[in-house]
Design a protein around this ligand. Structure first.
Ligand SMILES: Cc1cc2nc3c(=O)[nH]c(=O)nc-3n(C[C@H](O)[C@H](O)[C@H](O)COP(=O)(O)OP(=O)(O)OC[C@H]3O[C@@H](n4cnc5c(N)ncnc54)[C@H](O)[C@@H]3O)c2cc1C
Length: 298
């Protein structure tokens, strides 16, 4: 499709995309038909014309496929908890197409939840839950204990430094290309980071006021769990498919090598408790009318 030079951006991860050869081979109109809107956006942002000079492209994560398991009503495994938008796993499978994330959010919000949540409320006998309910008390005690623990650690490292380190591990080992060795290393690194977080994080302030450091610490603790699970899932799926590219599973042309015979399922990982391996539930995917086919980016 085009020549790619290396070396753009702070870590040299970016590329130059030069369309000169494609324009020569296919003609400017054909390229404009495929990428005209992107070229226009790029020129508006950079002031450079991609028909004339190579584009400077740098990869950045901006969407995560997968999410909480939901049924067709958008209800999770917890009755009454409905999950919309990017947080649920439902619409995109292994790779989401351009502009379809917002479409999914709109569809979930406009066309699904008004009916399914309404149906749930109308058809479910909901018990009045007071703050004295044993479950409410237990949940409150859990949160208070977690908050107290975060504030009591008074370690040497900031919340941000853990967030950044986690991001780097996931980007380096579970980013655009993954392999078995790297994913095993990443799982070990994330588990070590988790241990250090709960021993050495320094959360400023107290729980008696609006505390963004405390709020962020709570999120980073969640991200660490999610990061570990993303690596476990990527290690378990021994094929390349969509946004999941395993270096060991590629065609001689360098395209993603899928294994539909063994991996045509949605992997729903179940929390098994602190320090225990999550349990894999396989939701088999069946394609009656449109059958998956190997995609080529050539
Ligand atoms: C750079 C970029 C470019 C994109 N371009 C496109 C595009 O061109 N087309 C397209 O379709 N999609 C695009 N996307 C994806 C799209 O923007 C998202 O998928 C979409 O916004 C998700 O909407 P959402 O409401 O599901 O979640 P979000 O927009 O992520 O909203 C979730 C909200 O929940 C809040 N929150 C999280 N945790 C907690 C908590 N514990 N307590 C309280 N609040 C919490 C967050 O602060 C956030 O406000 C892009 C995304 C990015 C980052």
């Amino acid at each position: 499709m085009c020549d790619a030079g290396r070396g753009v951006g702070p870590t040299g991860l970016g590329v130059y995309l030069d369309f000169a050869e494609s324009i020569q081979r296919l003609g400017k109109n054909a390229v404009a038909e495929r990428y005209g809107n992107l070229f226009e956006m790029y020129e508006r942002i950079t002031g450079e014309n991609p028909y004339e000079v190579p584009m400077r492209i740098y990869p950045a994560i901006h969407y995560t496929m997968g999410g909480l398991w939901v049924d067709y009503q958008l209800q999770s495994t917890i009755p009454g908890l409905f999950v919309l938008g990017e947080a649920n796993f439902s619409d995109h499978g292994a790779n989401r197409l351009g502009a379809s994330a917002l479409m999914q959010g709109l569809a979930d919000g406009y066309f699904v939840i008004p009916y399914t949540l309404g149906n749930y409320l109308a058809s479910t006998k909901l018990e009045k839950v007071s703050a004295d309910h044993p479950e409410a008390k237990a949940a409150k005690a859990d949160v208070n204990e977690r908050v107290k623990k975060l504030l009591s650690i008074k370690g040497k490292r900031t919340v941000d430094s853990f967030h950044r380190e986690l991001g780097k591990i996931i980007w380096d080992y579970c980013g655009m290309a993954r392999n078995e060795k790297g994913l095993k290393e990443a799982i070990a690194k994330v588990r070590a980071l988790k241990k250090e977080f709960w021993e050495n994080v320094n959360v400023l302030g107290s729980d008696g006021e609006l505390n963004q450091s405390l709020e962020k610490a709570g999120r980073v603790a969640d991200f660490i769990e999610l990061g570990e699970l993303m690596c476990i899932d990527a290690l378990d799926r021994k094929e390349s498919c969509g946004g999941h590219f395993r270096e060991e599973y590629q065609t001689p042309e360098g395209e993603a090598q899928r294994d539909d015979e063994n991996y045509a399922y949605a992997a729903a990982w179940e929390y098994a408790g602190e320090g225990k391996e999550p349990i894999l539930n396989k939701e088999k995917l069946t394609f009656e009318y449109v059958h998956p086919s190997q995609r080529s980016y050539k």
